[in-house]
Structure formats: C-alpha cells, structure tokens
Design a protein around this ligand. Structure first.
Ligand code: T1G
Length: 686
C-alpha cells in the first residue's frame, strides 16, 4: 500500500536548482520546498549546475538552500521503487571530484542525504543553530550515498558510528569541534560566504581519500543492540560504518549502497516509512488545511490532578501562559506542587536550563475559582471522570470565557456531546483526550461533537501540534480509537486465560512481538481499578459484548490493584522488587477454570499473538466501518504513539497486511468458537 505522500514529485530540474556565476564564483541554490529533499529533479539539477560551474572554471561554488533548511535528506517518497537516475552517490562523487571546490553553506536540519552532500563538498560552513544527523535508521534504512564511509574520514570512526546507528542529530558546535565544519557563522550567509572565500583555506584532501583510524566499538555495539528493540537497521548501520577502517572508500561505499537498497524493500523500512508519512498526514487532516485557526497563548486547565498537571506542564513547555483552576485553595496548591515537581525534574535532568524553568514558573498560576479563565484562549477540563462533574465545569467555563474560545474535555471515554449538551456556543466544545503522563506522551485523540466547528477543530489540532503532540481525530464511541481497541485486546487475553493460557504466557508472547509490556503487566502498571470500573460500567449499561470472565474482578475484590497499590500485588507479586508471577493468581485462575468448565487448552506463543492480534485488527476494522477512524493510518498512529505497538512493525493495520488476513481470519474463527457471541465480525472477518 503506497500512501498519498509516496507519489509526491517536485518541480523540473531547472526550477529546483539555480546557478549564478559572478566574478568567477558560483552560487548554486537548491529550492525544493518544503525541506529541499534530494528528489531526482534536484539530483538532475545538481548535475546540470556542476557542468555549468566546471565549464566556467569557477574559482569556488557556494551551495545553499532556499527556505527553512539545507537539504534534510533523500526524498523518502521515492524509496518505494527503484532509484531513478542520476543516483545520489554518483552526483556526490562528481561534486567531490570537481576542479571547482564546493562550499556547503548550511542552516536548519542537515540530515541524511543532506549531510552526505555536505561531506562530498570541499568545505563546510554553517549557521550556529544548524543541526546535523544521519537519521536513516529511524526509517529502517542506513545512509546510501557515502555517509557511513565519508563521515568517519572526517570526524573519526566512533563518533560517525554513533551518529549513523543512533540516528540522533548533533549541534553545529559539537560537529565543528569534531572537525566536521570549517566555520560557524551567525546572521547573513552571503556575507559569511564572501568572508570565507576571501580567506579560503588550502583545499583539503577529498574526504573519501582520507584514512580512518580503527576504534573499539564494543561499548557502542552493546548500547545500540539494547536500544534497537527489534529494529534491524541500527546495528547494520554501525557494522557498515566500521568498514571504513577496513576497506578502501570505493569498496565500503559499494557495500553501503547495496545494503541501503536492500533495506529499502525490507518490511521494517516500509513500515517505518509508512508511519513517517502517516504521522504527518494524520496530524494535519486535509479538510482542515485551509481553515483559519485562533491564536492560543493563555490556556486554562481545570483540575490539578495527575492529568491536569501533566497537560499544564506540556503547555508551559510550549511557552503558553497557564491558569490552573481547582475547587479550593488546598487543591490548587496541590496542583501547583505537581506542576512544579515536573518542572524541577526537567531541570534536574538537564532537559531544560534554569532560565527555561523560571520562565515556565512565571507563566503559571493555580487558584480556586474560574475568574482567571476570563481571557483564556482555550480551556481543558481534566477533572474526575463523572459526567455531572464535567458538565458543571463546562458551565462555569462557558460563563466566564469568550464565546469563540474552545472548551475541551479530557475524558477518556465519556461522550463530549453529552457533556456539552445545552451549553451556549455548542460549536466550541470538543474532546482532547491526552494520555498519561500528559507531559511525556505525544498522542492526543481529538473528539469532535456533532456541533464542533471546523475552526474549533483546526485550532485544537494546531494547539496540540504546538505542544509537540500527535493529534489524531476520532469519532465518538466507548474508548474512542485507542481504548476501544485496548478493551478488545484485554477481552481476548482474558478468554485465553480462562481457557488455559497463563497470564504470564500471554504477557511473554506479546512482549516477544515487540509490545513494551504484555496486557497483564500493563494493568499492574496502570492499576486494575481503571478497567474494573469500565467493565462495571459496560455491564451496568448492557454494552458488554458477550462472554464475561470474572478473574480480574476477583483480583480487584482481593485488593490486588497492581504495583504500588496497598497490597503491592495485581497479576504479579511486586512485594520485593520487579513483579514476579504469583502462585496465588495461578490458583485463582485454576479455580475459575474448574468452576466454569474451561476447555483447558494450551496456546502456543504464535497462537496467542494471532488470536490477540485478530481481536485487535477486527476491532480496528469495525472502527473504520463505523467511521470512528477515517483511515487505517489513524489507527496505526494511535496504537504506535499511545500504546507502544512497535513502530518497526508499522502499526496494527500494516502488520495485518504483512501477516496476511487468511491467518488472522483462521484465528478469528477459533476465537468465535472459543467464546460464542462475543465477537462482532468486521467485513474482512465475516
Ligand atoms: N522526503 C520527503 N518528504 C519529506 C522529507 C523527506 N526526507 N522530510 C520531510 N518531508 C515532508 C513531510 O512529509 C512533510 O510533508 C513536510 O516535508 C514537512 O515535514 C539518501 C537514504 C526535516 C526535521 O529522515 O525529520 O536521506 O505533510 O512536518 O516538523 O542516503 O521532516 O507537508 O506534505 O516533518 O519541520 C533522511 C525526515 C532521509 C528526515 C522537518 N532524512 N524529515 O520537520 O516538518 S533518507 C530524514 C524530518 C536519506 C540518504 C538517505 C522532518 C524535518 P507534508 P515535517 P518539520
């Protein structure tokens, strides 16, 4: 499946690369918005520019980019098919071999092919705010145009291997300190070019011609293996970079290129590239692209508990002024303390400096009463999950705030239509479901009511993106997209435990797939009482679908509410250190099976994964069929960003395509036989 973005194409070669030659010097400008990706048109344009520069026997050629950044990489949308000519390695070798020395003049984020382009130039100068990186591993790739072979020849093997395998960008200051830059400048780049030209250093050896000193990469290898979590590219990038100390450039570069091309067709890279584009298209819904948004500076947050404090801290980190509203002064004080604790932790960890911490503190107030919200540009309630309490908050906010300022509920499953029913200005209400801890988790489910205006939705999306969040639109159903799928996931797991699987086997199987935690470990981490409350609510309202397994309820009734609960037990025993399987739980499970005539089936790990995933994928398709989610990518982004589904598997829907629906259909049929009447089949499973 190629996404919309995989068919992007840029303008003709002479429109994306311009050459000006004056007084024997050339200025080559790449202008391929939005990030000057090295599309085939740019590669063609560079070859044409090189020919002009060589014909004119220019003294130097400065290479700059228009717009917000120097080249940010190869054009990812081209990677689905064979690379069109000219190939990037050939373009870079031609630039490197040119009689005219090229000066890469950089700004913004110089990533992937952009850094490779700079490495092929004779000189590199950059604005002081520029960052440099080889992030290809985040796409399941390794550099494919000499990056793993030239970079070690410039900054040393260990640093180059780290940049290529960890994939994180570095600052201009660091990169220059390692020998990566000839100069750092501030302000006007044309002046910087003129000054550099006036004092041009002797032309250095071609980077590709330099020797590389070997280095001990043992520690880095262990670090990369640990961080990779099932993703293949990081270790391959490290091993390929290491070749620079063993092979001549041409041989190492040839191996790098072939490895890069092989990885392009790998499932992991196709998965990661799909998520790359999905993460951008989903967070900017097409229908809202041309809708104007209201500026947001002052945010009112009602509720200073865990969620309210996390949301407030996120808003402060984005530079907003925040007013926290609580029911009384002691509660406001407690809320203030929670936010202060987050700021202090960020400061202590070095994530922010003292100035940033002070600015956040200065922008924050917490008090009892709603008066402070009168000039808020948006308000978010994060109070107790009770409809009446939330409706009262909405009423108070409506009374003091401007009519056009959005008012959002952070509810995780209540219907925003019901919470806002009868309120004045119905088009301003919506749900913004943040995930805990809200100052860390990026996912936000944006839930419109039947009356929410596009302007309110567009403002909410822009606000969430401004917080560095990943907003995904969802329709209204119990649990919206994420928690509804989680509920199906847990239901199927419980059915297998009731019929013979150990909860610990289920956890191990799902962790082996790549989930950070299995369903039972997760409940112990978040607390069993949350899903218990949801099960009671759904049973009371008659919406629980089919078979009901009481094992989790029995644990809750015993006070086994998870790690940190008074018993410090849940599905596991956490009483001394990391959670351990608990014989008491196994006895409870055995008793349950005996009392309910369970089938005592044993499930292989593959069967556990297939049945759980069939439940999840079936629910995802029902969500699509009901119009709760608007595209498979929405679901993939929700479950990778909010629930830890491994990104190198591409998300639920991509994983299902790769696994094949026939296998999932067989597993779904077995589940229906296991728990008759418990599964509504989506079309692909009918
Ligand atoms: N190719 C194609 N499109 C890209 C792109 C790329 N490399 N990078 C960004 N875009 C699009 C993106 O889809 C969005 O499109 C718009 O640009 C703005 O992006 C050859 C093989 C540079 C830090 O991995 O990390 O080089 O939604 O919303 O938040 O050996 O984009 O507007 O239609 O993310 O300001 C290596 C990936 C590639 C960098 C800017 N490079 N990009 O962030 O904007 S492989 C990367 C980013 C490679 C070489 C190897 C970020 C950014 P639309 P955005 P942003």
């Amino acid at each position: 499946m190629t996404t919309r973005s995989e068919n992007q194409k840029s303008g003709p070669a002479d429109k994306v690369v311009h050459v000006q030659i004056e007084n024997g010097h050339a200025l080559v400008t790449i202008d391929n918005p939005p990030v000057n990706a090295l599309a085939v048109t740019v590669r063609r344009g560079l070859m044409e520019a090189l020919a002009k520069v060589n014909d004119a026997k220019c003294e130097t050629a400065a290479l700059i980019c228009a717009g917000r950044t120097f080249v940010a990489g190869g054009d990812i949308s081209e990677f689905a098919g064979p690379p069109p000519l000219p190939h990037l390695p050939d373009v870079l070798s031609a630039i490197e071999a040119s009689d005219t020395p090229f000066i890469a003049v950089m700004h913004g984020t110089v990533l992937g092919g952009g850094l490779e382009l700079a490495l092929a130039c004779a000189y590199r100068i950059a604005d002081k705010a520029t960052r440099f990186g080889l992030p290809e591993v985040n796409l399941g790739l390794i550099p494919g145009a000499g990056g793993t072979q030239r970079l070690p020849r410039l900054i040393g093997l260990e640093r180059a291997a780290r940049m290529a395998s960890i994939g994180k960008p570095v600052t201009a200051k660091d990169f220059a300190g390692w020998g990566g830059l000839d100069q750092i400048f501030e302000g006007d780049r044309m002046a910087a070019i003129a000054a550099f030209r006036a004092n041009l250093p002797a032309r250095p050896d071609m980077t590709s011609a330099r020797a590389v000193e070997d280095a001990d990469l043992t520690a880095l290898t262990a670090e990369v293996k640990k961080a990779a979590k099932g993703s293949n590219a990081p270790l391959i990038a490290l091993e390929t970079t290491a070749l620079a100390a063993k092979l001549p450039f041409a041989e190492g570069a040839a191996i790098e290129r072939q490895t890069h091309l092989d990885l392009r067709s790998s499932s992991q890279s196709r998965a990661l590239r799909r998520l790359f584009f999905a993460g951008r298209s989903v967070t900017r819904p097409a229908r809202l692209k041309s809708v104007d948004t209201a500026p947001v500076n002052h945010v009112a947050i009602v509720g200073g508990g865990l969620m309210g404090a996390g949301i407030a801290a996120s808003c402060l980190a984005a530079g907003h002024r925040v007013t926290m509203i609580e029911r009384d002064e002691p509660s406001a004080e407690a809320g203030h303390g929670r936010v202060e604790a987050i700021i202090a932790k960020d400061l202590a960890s070095g994530r922010i400096n003292q100035d940033k911490a002070d600015a956040r503190r200065a922008g924050f107030t917490a008090s009892a009463g709603y008066a402070g919200a009168f000039d808020a540009d948006i308000a978010i309630e994060a109070v107790f999950e009770d409809a009446d309490v939330k409706r009262a908050v909405f009423g108070e906010l409506s009374a003091v705030m401007r009519q056009d300022a959005p008012i959002a509920t952070n509810t995780s499953y209540l219907d925003p239509n019901m919470i806002s029913e009868g309120m004045p200005g119905p088009d301003r209400f919506l749900g913004l479901h943040f995930f805990s801890p809200a100052n860390i988790m990026k996912l936000v489910e944006v839930v419109g009511t039947s009356a929410t205006s596009d302007r309110t939705m567009a403002t909410a999306f822009a606000f969430a993106r401004g917080l560095g969040k990943i907003p995904v639109e969802t329709g209204v159903c119990d649990g919206f997209i994420g928690n509804r799928i989680l509920s199906a996931y847990r239901r199927q797991a419980d059915y297998m435990v009731a019929d013979g699987a150990s909860p610990y086997e289920v956890d191990a199987a799902m962790r082996e797939l790549g989930m950070p935690l299995g369903p039972y470990e997760l409940q112990d981490r978040t607390g069993l009482q949350i899903s218990w409350a949801n099960r009671k609510r759904q049973r009371a309202s008659g919406t629980w679908p089919g078979r009901y397994v009481e094992i989790a309820d029995q644990l809750c009734e015993l006070g086994r509410l998870g790690r940190g609960s008074p018993t410090n037990r849940g599905w596991y025993d956490h009483s001394d250190g990391p959670g351990k399987p608990d014989p008491e739980v196994e006895a409870i499970v055995q008793t349950y099976r005996a009392e309910h005539g369970a089938k005592h089936e044993s499930f292989s790990r593959d069967e556990i994964v297939l049945r759980v995933m069939a439940a999840i994928v079936n629910e995802a398709h029902l969500i699509l069929e009901e119009g709760i989610a608007f595209a498979p990518e929405d679901i993939d982004v929700v479950w990778t960003e909010g629930y830890g589904f491994p990104k190198h598997l591409g998300g639920l829907m991509f994983w299902a395509e790769e696994t094949g629906m026939a296998k999932l259909r067989a597993a779904f049929a077995a589940m229906q036989a296991q728990s008759p009447g418990s599964w509504k089949a989506a079309k692909p499973f009918a």
